[in-house]
Design a protein around this ligand. Structure first.
Ligand code: ZN
Length: 463
């Protein structure tokens, strides 16, 4: 019996030991794994630029996956003076991590004037702690520094060119000088932005901005040069200008069943071509939706321009050709005596002999040679600083992308590809993303009065 009781007591002790161990070990392990976690908080900051304006926002977050954020501290140090921008504490987690702030957002406004900060460098200091029991209950800490530079002054913008007489649908040039490096500068004609390009003059702060006045320009449109520096400070300046009105012709074009049946097969592969609809619907699709899409494709090439002038003297036109249609002609399309569609013609139609050689109108670089819907086979040449020329309805193209061409080089042959009824060249020009009247660029006295003399006057001024 004695032996048995002793045995029972031993077993009880053993069980008690196991139960107690479990009762202590589990929380201890939990404490070790959770309360003493060693994962540091993570700080994410988004600053638009290292160079900051007088008033800006710091956004980002401090995150801690495990025990949560305990404290977040942000300051700005400049010339030995420290300004605390943020000093926040966050509650600890309760049982099962409830209440822990795993991600604390950062959204701070910094105003240099209010905070008495001056232009020049400053140090942004950020520290975050978590609720870990490490480091004698101080928590894991992450500390980062970021150098920023205050630039509270907008750039100074001086317009160097004087006369700006531009016709509706025409081209213009503004020459201006900036006082500092800018991320963006150029001419605004309403919502239309035409970037300026530096590098023509030895002084890299002088810019040439070619701009277009859309054919449908409205006289109340805002008109100015704008520059934005690296910190985001902007300046705008108006400039003396005179817009000449122009009236555009209206033409009626009769569409025949024969023409449609001849042309439709070329457009069947186009996205959205209404194969199962009437001839009228098919034509309206080609003339409206496809025309818009094709114009967009052409004008996108404006982005590929070089920041130097690749052309010289007047632009050439197709030799021995007759003009069949003008820039910005308003066209009304009739089918079976009914008006079914209208469009604006954004170039000039020139007819010569069939498959006539097409010379490059001026020096430049081929930025596109391919098929573009209603324009058929098309070559686009960049003449620099946003000025481009296009040659459409070609039967054959004899140049490739990135090929440099001189004025007069044969780039292809006239034809009837696209929405063309007879062999002709559709010649167009555009600045950045707006079609302009090519007639001006064919005219050497217009070029001299409006472009080259301006460039030369500024050259003489800055020498
Ligand atoms: Zn045309």
């Amino acid at each position: 019996m004695m032996f048995k009781r002793q045995d029972k007591g031993k077993r009880l002790k053993k069980w008690l030991f196991i139960v107690l161990s479990v009762l202590i070990l589990i929380p201890l392990t939990w404490v070790l794994f959770t309360k003493l976690e060693g994962e540091k908080p993570f700080i994410k900051l988004s600053l638009q630029s290292r160079i900051v304006p007088a008033d800006f926002e710091i956004t980002g977050s401090a995150a801690d996956r495990k025990s949560g954020i305990k404290k977040l501290w942000i300051s700005l140090l400049q010339n030995g003076k420290e300004t605390v921008l943020l000093d926040d504490e966050y509650s600890a987690m309760g049982f099962l991590q409830k209440g822990a702030i795993n991600q604390a957002p950062i959204k701070l406004n910094v105003n240099a004037k209010k905070m008495n900060l001056s232009d020049g460098p400053a140090k942004l200091r950020i520290a975050a702690w978590d609720h870990s029991w490490r480091d004698w209950w101080n928590g894991n800490q992450t500390y980062i520094e970021k150098e920023i530079i205050f630039d509270t002054n907008p750039p100074v913008l001086s317009i160097l060119s004087t006369q700006h007489n531009v016709a509706k649908g025409g081209s213009g040039l503004v020459i201006y000088k900036l006082s500092e490096q800018c991320t963006q500068s150029g001419v605004y004609v309403g919502e239309d932005f035409f970037p300026g390009y530096s590098g023509y003059y030895e002084d890299n702060e002088i810019y040439l901005a070619f701009f277009a006045i859309p054919f449908d320009y409205n006289n109340n449109t805002d008109f100015f040069v704008k520059a934005v520096d690296l910190a985001g400070n902007g300046t705008r300046s108006g400039f003396y200008h005179h817009i000449r009105n122009r009236n555009f012709k209206t033409d009626t074009i009769n569409i025949s069943e024969n023409f449609l049946n001849w042309k439709f097969p070329e457009f069947i592969p186009d996205d959205g071509f209404p194969s199962d609809k009437s001839s009228e619907d098919k034509f309206v699709f080609i003339n409206k939706e496809l025309r818009e899409k094709n114009n967009h494709t052409i004008l996108q090439n404006g982005q590929k321009t070089q920041s130097r002038i690749l052309w010289k003297d007047a632009f050439g036109r197709l030799p021995n050709s007759a003009r069949r249609a003008n820039f910005a002609d308003h066209r009304v399309y009739k089918y079976n005596e009914n008006v079914i569609s209208n469009a604006v013609h954004m170039g000039i139609d020139l007819a010569s002999v069939k498959h006539a050689e097409v010379p490059a109108a001026n020096g430049g670089m081929v930025v596109f040679a391919g098929y573009v819907g209603i324009y058929g086979n098309l070559v686009c040449i960049d003449h620099g600083c946003g000025l481009m020329s296009i040659y459409a309805h070609l039967s054959r193209m004899s140049v490739n992308n990135d090929e440099l061409v001189a004025k007069g080089d044969i780039i292809g042959y006239t034809g009837i590809s696209g929405l063309a009824g007879g062999d002709h060249l559709h010649f167009g020009m555009f600045i950045d993303h707006v079609f302009v009247n090519p007639v001006e660029w064919w005219d050497s006295s217009w070029i001299n009065n409006n472009i080259t003399s301006k460039i030369d006057t500024v050259q003489a001024m800055v020498q």
